[in-house]
Design a protein around this ligand. Sequence first.
Ligand code: NAD
Length: 253
Amino acid sequence: MFKGRVALVTGGGSGIGAAACQRLAIEGAKVAVVDLKGDTAAHTVELIEKAGGSAIAVAADISSPEDNVRMFDEAEAAFGQVDVAFLNAGILQPYIPLEQVTVELFDKVLAVNLRGAFLGIQQCLQRLKPGGACVATASAAAYLGFAEAAAYATSKHGLIGLVRSSAAAFAARDLRINAVCPGMVMTPMNSFAAIDTIEPPESLANAPYRGGLTPQQIAEVALFLLSQGASGVNGLAQLVDSAALATFAPLPQ
Ligand code: NAD
């Protein structure tokens, strides 16, 4: 799907981003693996290289304008250009009632999840080669409020507004931008152990109805939206939640 193309993935050191980096490399992309934690980005690069792929690790903080410029600079220096970007890095907040959310916590979550995506999207507009695409990771919490994680849900609601608002500017440059909105994914963010292994997509089992998803199940949808198979899709927010939001939840007892 990505032979001869260059991909940049943020949050590539863990969870959904790590799975996406490995799958992009298997599909032929050269990958810039970006993460706040350089050692985890380097680990993903190792996995890609062991499987015969090509990747570089970039330690960068997506909430920093300078780091957003540098991560694209480093990807271009290594591989000549960037064609597709998966702006996936994000943070969760502690589950606490709204009255306990401090201004500092609110600002921190918004700085990474929303401002970080905004900065990445602006770089994508300037840097992606025509015919390229960007996918941002939002959440099912972009559709429903989250009483115990108000800052997080607010950041992801905002991210959908940003993606939709960016579609025209992307189209004007022969680019596309979409969002994936995962349900509950079994990653370190949710205290699940990291998974290093990747399965051939054709042998993935279906996620249980309203159950937890694997990081690769989210990565596969992101890859499709980044690929030319999705050439008609721009400005979309795609749930990947195994029907968690498809029906009313049972009322609490
Ligand atoms: P994860 O914690 O396993 O991975 C996130 C990665 O992002 C980590 O490697 C972390 O170091 C990196 N990161 C955090 N802050 C960063 C920053 N400022 N700059 C650069 N990198 C940074 O989590 P995950 O579950 O793979 O989450 C990936 C994305 O999916 C996030 O945006 C998250 O909000 C979203 N999401 C996750 C779930 C879930 O259930 N896990 C559900 C919906 C949405």
